[in-house]
Write a protein that binds this ligand. Structure first.
Ligand SMILES: Cc1cc2nc3c(=O)[nH]c(=O)nc-3n(C[C@H](O)[C@H](O)[C@H](O)COP(=O)(O)OP(=O)(O)OC[C@H]3O[C@@H](n4cnc5c(N)ncnc54)[C@H](O)[C@@H]3O)c2cc1C
Length: 681
């Protein structure tokens, strides 16, 4: 009796590392169900789809599923998987301009954990499923697998074929090139290639309000308005498979010289090996962990941890209070911290939506929390608003492609599209400083490199910037509020090419996402989707607004912890002293007595800050009550790009200003900027 010839489906995973709400795993499980159909139809709950409009009937012929996660050599340094690292056939995975690693220690750990979690989940299905891990270029890995099966008889005398190669789509240019290469290889080997919509975004691609991505509006607000009410938009989630096709009997080993460790610990070690050779990442003074401060992002990677985080946010009421807390900078729950899970595809945006929907309708976790069963609230609405920003950035990547990585981004497109709308001033093309070539007379790339080095090691002399960059280096995370300031500082105050900052963030961020990172950098640098290009954050005013008691700066710049920020106003009452706060925000403003007391006299970043930002306090009362918690006391004031729940892009941009050294003092209700003086060292 001749046995059925195995027909393998090869599934190449990238940023879709989850079992739930995964269109490919769902489709495979659906085939199994269809085969046993009639007997036991799959049960679904009301939140789940059992249809998959993109399922492929030809795929019913698959007998085995081979899921393979590839650590891509162009983005992740893979020489740690080779016994003698100099034998790696790939160039080092470093960025183009700054030459830093493309994936840093925090994200490496997070990715490894996510991959391992999926491996455990697949093996736990008890149906012979599992996950293979490889390192190399995606093209090489796929080629190797296809060739191995086409020349091997599978070790048992029976010819085995890869009948299909599937993957989900991704918008980055490199990712698109990988898709093209895999498609070509599949064709050469006679395997069906299928590129699936990943479905991890808030709005499904099939429901976009335009036919082609080139019709995407250049301004976020226009896009959002075309989709409101946002709560009605997401599709249902796909059911989580309980059974999949088994792995093939024979699986090609990783191609020499690569070896894949068999434990999570081993995997992490291999990934970290090349980076561990210089844990300072060339910084002569790398940030050191201060005592008594914890990371705001202690989460393990993976689908399990992602689902736990969503439940936690709902059951603690953090989704509901999100709008009020989202501009915080210290602590675990001021914002969702779901970005890294979303970036790696450990979680989908619509899973977050439906979990919030359950809460809003009084189902599942969160009973007893305010707002339970009471419909959408400002917090859950603001989370949806932000999730749509993520979608938007990704669509921009689809629309603008390589321009998202170009020095002048989409400045020309924005000027053209907003010309007649009244709020766009066409700005001349800015001359950025770079670390590799001079932009003209007086511009010294060596000096720019020194400036960049001080910026990334958290030694600029501007408290908010330094706290954020030290936090980022040590933990892989920093808040959205801080990111905007740090990016604005590099690009507008230091005039450094924004792409160098974007590369540093790509290296450091746990939640790095190609579209969100480059899109946001481009936006803040004034060459992206901001209809009012050329705005600048004042990091002193921002610190005043969002770190009014200096807790964030003191947490990450421990040299300043001993600074007393209050003064006695009689009857034993202490009040925050604005002048002392100014010394915390920029230590050069401290008296010699204070500097000596803190032991920071003659320290470079104190005495010679990269820039002096003049800032005076007006007559009005800044928020200086004694509310000693971690939340900014004046949230919701002056939101621009960072505002939540409808604030973004509308109203007057109170925290933004054009750099103008001759700006006059304008006394108003709050602190006002007098002038900003550039003092490059
Ligand atoms: C210079 C700069 C670089 C950035 N780089 C990245 C990046 O590489 N990856 C990334 O996911 N986000 C990036 N952001 C956006 C934003 O800062 C992070 O998404 C957010 O801080 C992550 O924390 P959270 O999950 O607690 O966000 P929350 O405030 O809880 O927001 C909920 C979710 O909405 C999405 N979101 C929120 N704000 C934005 C935004 N401005 N753009 C796109 N999506 C958003 C994220 O998926 C986030 O998880 C960047 C912002 C700036 C200013």
């Amino acid at each position: 009796m001749t046995k059925e010839r195995p027909r393998i489906l090869l599934y190449i995973l990238r940023r879709d590392v989850r079992l739930s709400d995964n269109p490919i795993f769902h489709s495979v499980s659906q085939q199994i169900n269809q085969r046993r159909t009639s007997t036991s139809p799959q049960t679904t709950n009301a939140r789940q789809r059992d249809d998959s409009p993109i399922s492929d009937s030809s795929s019913t012929a698959f007998t085995h599923l081979l899921p393979v996660y590839v650590f891509p050599a162009n983005q992740i340094e893979v020489s740690g998987f080779v016994s003698s690292p100099d034998q790696s056939p790939y160039p080092q995975a470093r960025s183009q301009i700054a030459g830093v690693w493309r994936t840093g220690p925090h994200r490496l750990k997070f990715i490894a954990e996510g991959v391992w979690d999926l491996k455990n989940k697949l093996e736990g299905l008890q149906c012979g499923s599992g996950l293979e891990i490889r390192a190399g270029s995606i093209e090489d890995v796929v080629k190797d697998i296809l060739e191995w099966y086409s020349i091997s008889s599978g070790g048992n005398g029976r010819k085995t074929d890869i009948a299909g190669v599937w993957m989900t789509d991704d918008e980055g240019c490199e990712e698109k090139a990988d898709e093209k290469a895999v498609k070509k290889l599949a064709k050469q080997h006679g395997a069906d290639f299928k590129l699936w919509n990943d479905e991890k975004y808030y709005i499904d691609d099939r429901d976009q309000p335009f036919k082609h991505v080139s019709d995407l509006p250049n301004i976020y607000t226009s896009y959002r308005k075309s989709l409101e009410p946002l709560r009605d938009q997401p599709r249902k989630i796909l059911p989580t498979p309980t059974k999949l096709l088994p792995l093939p009997h024979d699986i090609p080993p990783p191609k020499s010289p690569f070896q894949i460790p068999s434990t999570l610990l081993g995997l992490k070690k291999a990934l970290m090996f090349p980076l561990d050779k210089d844990p300072t990442f060339t910084l002569s003074v790398p940030p050191k962990w201060p005592t008594d401060v914890g990371t705001s992002h202690p989460f393990e990677g993976g689908e399990t941890s992602a689902q736990d985080r969503v439940s936690h946010l709902i059951s603690r009421g953090a989704m509901s209070t999100y709008k009020a807390t989202r501009n915080g900078m210290l602590g675990l729950d001021y914002s969702t911290k779901l970005s890294a899970f979303l970036a790696q595809g450990h979680l989908t945006a619509r899973q977050i939506h439906w979990a919030m929907m359950d809460f809003e309708e009084g189902k599942g976790v969160g009973g007893g929390v305010e707002g339970y069963g009471k419909g959408e609230n400002p917090g859950t609405a603001a989370v949806r608003f932000e999730l749509l920003w993520r979608d938007y950035m990704r669509l921009c990547m689809g629309k603008f492609g390589w321009k998202m990585f170009a020095q002048y981004g989409i400045q020309d497109e924005m000027s053209a599209s907003t010309k007649d709308k009244g709020h766009q001033t066409t700005l001349p093309k800015k001359k950025w400083r770079s670390i590799d070539k001079s932009s003209g007379t007086g511009d010294d790339p060596k000096k720019t490199l020194e400036t960049f080095t001080r910026w990334r090691s958290g030694r600029t002399g501007v408290g908010l910037i330094d706290a954020s960059n030290r936090e980022l280096f040590l933990t892989g995370f920093t808040s959205n509020r801080a990111r905007q300031n740090v990016a604005s500082f590099l690009t507008s105050h230091l005039d450094i090419d924004w792409r160098i900052g974007a590369e540093w963030y790509e290296f450091m961020l746990t939640d790095y996402d190609v579209a969100s990172n480059w899109g946001n950098w481009m936006y803040v640098a004034g060459v992206g989707n901001d209809p009012r290009q050329g705005r600048t954050f004042n990091p002193v005013k921002q610190a005043f607004d969002y770190d009014p008691h200096g807790e964030y700066i003191k947490a990450w710049v421990p040299e300043l912890r001993g600074l007393k920020l209050t003064r006695n106003v009689g009857s034993g009452r202490e009040e925050f002293d604005k002048q002392r706060l100014m010394g915390l925000y920029q230590a050069w403003r401290l008296s010699d007595w204070d500097k000596n007391n803190l032991g920071i006299k003659d320290v470079e970043w104190v005495e010679k800050p990269l820039i002096h930002i003049q800032f005076s306090i007006g007559r009005g009362k800044p928020s200086d009550n004694n509310n000693n918690n971690n939340r900014p006391t004046n949230q919701g004031r002056g939101r621009g790009r960072g505002g939540g729940g409808g604030g973004r892009g509308g109203g007057k941009p109170r925290e933004f200003r054009r750099p103008d050294n001759n700006e006059k003092s304008m006394h108003s209700d709050g602190p006002t900027i007098v002038s900003s003086e550039r003092a490059y060292t």
